[in-house]
Every structure is written in structure tokens, then in C-alpha cells.
Design a protein around this ligand. Structure first.
Ligand code: ATP
Ligand code: MG
Length: 471
């Protein structure tokens, strides 16, 4: 029979309410502890209410019968709780609390000197940790309000070490299979003597932390391997693809009958699409693995925007769309950064605008945002607005994933592989920025993104600094 340290005896005999947490790992220990607790209480002249499942109740009863004189057993009350958990599969803190209170009420009404022992159980379900945490706060209030002395028992194997620690902080006393400790010390970091949690809990915490590290490492390695694989594959595909395309070009220049000319055209067209896909994947994996070099050279935002608009002249005129460009006056003429990356983002976004708009206009505006950190750091905001088909809200996040397209059906007219936004997001993030969508079928789509760039004079080589260059 387990003998508890004195603290338990003084606790069960105390006059103020107390909520004791019991984290058991072994059912046999659990049964021993319950019996020991019951006997301590009975010895002190209290009655005891044990709320548990049928199996544990039988085991505790047997244990008590073994070592106790039968007549005292009438002061031990058992309530089989298992049905309750069976019926309410979904753990609900309020419901469970009311259930326990209803069980205890008759004893409290009779003003019996009663001690309680409650075994908390649940079926596997989502968010159980948060639910238990919430429940414990309520149970704690309840116990204190009623001035009860109550043990709340949990199977420690079923809850994470972090939840165990959190429960321990909210209870004054903690029992484990091996120890009984005053957990108030956990809360009070200034306490002279801090008792450390039981070894098994420390081990569990360490294990969980180790596992997290292992998972993280594995994920990083897998990602690295994936990127290397993609880079190699891309190279292996691109080399023969260029052969196919080059030969198709040469073939197209030879004498061909009408059918043959069509076949060659199909080869050239399909080859070009395939090459585009391969390039997109390569771009993406390059950015993802941080192998993309980012230049720090003078860049003129106004020129960047104008160049991209020029590049898109053909598809824009095909659809007779207008493009309005406004760059706020405060936006500096020259900044430091990688013009290619900015162009690539704008090309993707403006390209989408034109692709998904049949009539109306596309707007591009650039403005300066306040609140950059360093004084030479400028934060720019770009808005690309179209009057096209819009993106339903449910897809706003998803369109930034590689290969995601809103409507992949046969009815889809637009070309593309679904990489443009994924690449743009990565590029924006490389420049410490963010990208987001506002869109509706009526108003069209607006994509907003920010980037951080240095102001020119902070990074120019010494002799090129304004003013000094002249002297
Ligand atoms: P790619 O850019 O690789 O050529 P894509 O344009 O289909 O192909 P993304 O640019 O990543 O790929 O866009 C993903 C999807 O988001 C598009 O297929 C489209 O369904 C939706 N989308 C993007 N921009 C717009 C827009 N301006 N208006 C309406 N839908 C858009
Ligand atoms: Mg696109």
C-alpha cells in the first residue's frame, strides 16, 4: 500500500478548499493512490465520493476491501461516470462541470464532510488539449467556491507534457505515481526551493522537444533534397527540350505540305509551353532554396513599371484594355535593389490582370508607406487593379500556392501553369514585403504588395555619393 507523505494527510484534513491534480501513468498506481487517498480521508472522519469508470471503481473497491474494515466502506460513495463520457463524445467543459456538480450536490446539501476524487476522461477528439485546459480553470473555481477538497485525475500518457505543465501551474498540489508536490512553487518563481517536476515528466518534455527538432530537421532535409532534385530534373529536361524546339524551328523552315506545317506548329507550341512550365518550376525552387541572388544596384521604379507595361503591349491591345499608371510624387526616383525581381513580380501581376479581364482598365499605382525601420529604408506599396472576373474569397489564400488555379475545368480559357502568384509571393518576401488580394466578381481584382528598398545614397560606393562625386 502506498503511504502518502504528510502533506496529503494535512491537506485532506484542511478546512480550506483545495484542488489537487493527479497525473497518473500507470493504472495500478492510480488504483493504489485512490485507495490511499480514500483511507486517509476515512481515517480523518470524512466521507469520500469517487467518480470513476466501472473498471476502476471495482479495482478501488477491491483494494479498500483488502485492507479496510468493512463497516467504514459505507462512507465511500462511488458514481460510475463512464456513461457520461460515452454519451457526450465531444468533451465540453461546461457540460462536464455541471455533471460533476450535480453528482456532488446531494452530499453538499446534507452538509457532509466529504472529500472527492474525480477521474477525467474523454474520447479522442480535436482540440482536446485546449478544452481540458479550459475545463480545469472552471473546475478550479468550482472546487474553491464550494470549499471542497478534491482530486482531479488525468491519464498523463494522454496529454502532452506542455499541457501537464500548464495544469500543474494552475493547481496548488500535484500528485504523480511517485511524488506528491506543492505545485504552487511552479507559479512562484521567487520561491527559495523550487521543486522540479517528476523525472518522467521531464523526460517526456525532453522527448517532445527532441521530437520537434527531429521533425524540423527531417522537413528541412526533405525540402533541400526536393529542391536539388527539381533543379537537376529541370536541367535534364531543358537540355533535350531545347534540342526538340531547335529542330522543330529548323523543320518549320523546310518545304512542308499543309498538314506537316500544322504538326510542326503543334510541336513548337507544346514545346514552348513545356519549357515555360519547367522554367517556372526552376524559378520557384531557386527562390525557395534561397539560391536566387538578389542584386543591390540602383533601380528606377518608374522605369521598371513603364518597361513592364511596354512588354505587355501586345496582349493589352488584343483586348483593347487601358493601363493607367500612377507613381506618387514622394516615391524616390532612384532606390537600391534588384530591378529584375520587381519587373518579374509586376509582369506576373499585370499579366494576370490582362489575362483575366475582358473589358475595362488595369490600374498600377505605387506609393510610399510610412514606418520603415531604418531611416534610409523605404517601404513601397504597389496596387495592381483590374476590372476582370475576380477571385472568389475562398481562393484568396490558395492562389499563392504553386500550380493552383481557380477554375481548372475545360471551360477555362486562360493559359498558364499557376506559378505566377506563387513565385511573386516568394519574391516579395525576399524583399521583406507582403502580398494580398482584394477581389470580387463585380469590382474585379486588386493585388497589393509591399517591398522594402534602400535609398540610393546609403549604399552607393563612397566616391559616388552625391556632392562628393563632384569635388
Ligand atoms: P502562370 O502565372 O503560371 O502563367 P496562372 O496565371 O494561372 O499561370 P497565377 O498567376 O499563379 O497562375 O494565378 C493563379 C490563379 O489565380 C489563376 O489561374 C487565376 O485562376 C487566379 N487569378 C490570378 N490573378 C487573377 C486576376 N487578376 N483575376 C482573376 N483571377 C486571377
Ligand atoms: Mg499568372
Amino acid at each position: 500500500m502506498i503511504e502518502f507523505d504528510n502533506p496529503l494527510a494535512s491537506l485532506t484534513h484542511s478546512i480550506s478548499g483545495s484542488h489537487i491534480l493527479y497525473l497518473y501513468e500507470d493504472v495500478q498506481h492510480y488504483v493504489d493512490s485512490a485507495a490511499a487517498y480514500a483511507m486517509t480521508c476515512l481515517n480523518q472522519g470524512h466521507q469520500i465520493l469517487i467518480i470513476d469508470n466501472d473498471y476502476c471503481i471495482k479495482a478501488i473497491e477491491r483494494k479498500l476491501a483488502e485492507s479496510w474494515i468493512d463497516e467504514k466502506l459505507e462512507y465511500v460513495h462511488f458514481v460510475d461516470n463512464f456513461d457520461f463520457y460515452q454519451r457526450h463524445g465531444e468533451f465540453q467543459g461546461c457540460l462536464t462541470r455541471r455533471h460533476f456538480e450535480a453528482i456532488m450536490q446531494p452530499f453538499l446539501n446534507d452538509r457532509l464532510s466529504i472529500r472527492t476524487w474525480a477521474h477525467v476522461q474523454w474520447k479522442p477528439q480535436p482540440h482536446i488539449q485546449a478544452k481540458l485546459e479550459e475545463f480545469e480553470v472552471m473546475a478550479d473555481c468550482s472546487v474553491k467556491e464550494q470549499n471542497l477538497i478534491s482530486v482531479c485525475a488525468y491519464d498523463a500518457n494522454e496529454i502532452s507534457a506542455s499541457l501537464q505543465l500548464s495544469l500543474m501551474r494552475s493547481h496548488e498540489y500535484v500528485m504523480t505515481d511517485r511524488e506528491f508536490i506543492a505545485s504552487g512553487l511552479y507559479r512562484n518563481s521567487n520561491a527559495e526551493r523550487r521543486i522540479s517536476p517528476s523525472m518522467s515528466l521531464q523526460e517526456k518534455l525532453l522527448l517532445e522537444q527532441k521530437q520537434l527538432l527531429i521533425d524540423k530537421e527531417a522537413a528541412e532535409r526533405a525540402n533541400q533534397a526536393k529542391n536539388e532534385f527539381i533543379a537537376t530534373m529541370n536541367h535534364e529536361i531543358r537540355t533535350p527540350m531545347n534540342g526538340v524546339l531547335g529542330m522543330a524551328d529548323l523543320l518549320a523552315e523546310t518545304e512542308l505540305d499543309e498538314d506537316q506545317a500544322i504538326y510542326v506548329e503543334v510541336i513548337r507550341h507544346s514545346g514552348a509551353s513545356l519549357l515555360q512550365i519547367v522554367n517556372d518550376i526552376l524559378d520557384f525552387s531557386k527562390i525557395e532554396s534561397d539560391r536566387q541572388v538578389m542584386l543591390e544596384e540602383p533601380l528606377r521604379i518608374r522605369e521598371c513599371v513603364a518597361e513592364v507595361v511596354d512588354l505587355l503591349q501586345v496582349p493589352r491591345l488584343d483586348k483593347n484594355l487601358e493601363i493607367d499608371v500612377t507613381v506618387d510624387e514622394e516615391v524616390p526616383d532612384m532606390l537600391m535593389g534588384d530591378a529584375n525581381l520587381i519587373r518579374q513580380i509586376l509582369l506576373n501581376l499585370l499579366g494576370n490582370g490582362i489575362k483575366f479581364t475582358e473589358r475595362g482598365r488595369i490600374g498600377v499605382s505605387v506609393s510610399l508607406l510610412p514606418g520603415s525601420d531604418g531611416k534610409n529604408r523605404k517601404r513601397l506599396q504597389f496596387r495592381i487593379q483590374d476590372s476582370g472576373i475576380g477571385i472568389p474569397r475562398a481562393h484568396w489564400r490558395k492562389v499563392f500556392q504553386p500550380f493552383y488555379q481557380v477554375d481548372k475545368g475545360l471551360s477555362r480559357q486562360a493559359q498558364g501553369t499557376g506559378m505566377g502568384l506563387a513565385i511573386s509571393k516568394k519574391l516579395v518576401e525576399r524583399m521583406n514585403g507582403q502580398i494580398g488580394i482584394e477581389s470580387s466578381a463585380e469590382a474585379g481584382t486588386t493585388i497589393v504588395f509591399t517591398v522594402e528598398l534602400d535609398e540610393t545614397f546609403s549604399r552607393l560606393p563612397h566616391e559616388e555619393q552625391p556632392g562628393e562625386a563632384l569635388s
